[in-house]
Design a protein around this ligand. Structure first.
Ligand SMILES: [Zn+2]
Ligand SMILES: [Zn+2]
Ligand SMILES: [Zn+2]
Length: 124
């Protein structure tokens, strides 16, 4: 594994919410990691291809974000409409509903998406 890939992984591991490539790039620069944006993208794609990193898209945003897939439980996100702050939501209330949907539709539900937005404590 290259040093840049390790730096990208280390940052994703220590961040509790999904980062965009440009955010990752800015933080790596701050840590004096010699990297350009293209390399950030290339590393993210490679990490996604091997299942270490997950790509997500919040519906108010155009860009993709990335977070660790390995070692993280199923979860959802909440985003502040004012400052854009994002947090992981470690609770999922959809288990009962999933069972109900499977019963009603005879589908086998594989995944679902759920996203919250609102105003963070600072922006209220
Ligand atoms: Zn906010
Ligand atoms: Zn997350
Ligand atoms: Zn869920």
């Amino acid at each position: 594994m290259t040093r840049t890939r390790q730096a990208v992984l280390g940052l994703l591991e220590s961040t509790k919410y999904p980062l965009s490539p440009s955010e990752l790039y800015a933080r790596l620069k701050k840590q004096n990691v010699a990297i350009d944006l293209v390399t950030v993208y290339r590393n993210l794609h490679a990490l996604k291809a091997i299942g270490v990193v997950r790509q997500i898209k919040l519906h108010q945003e155009e860009q993709f974000r990335y977070e660790m897939e390995e070692g993280r439980e199923h979860h959802h996100h909440i985003r502040c409409k004012s400052c854009g702050k994002i947090e992981d939501l470690l609770l999922c209330p959809l288990k009962k509903l999933t069972a109900l949907i499977e019963q009603e539709t005879r589908f086998l539900v594989g995944d679902h998406s759920l996203e919250f937005s609102g105003w963070c404590p600072k922006c209220q």
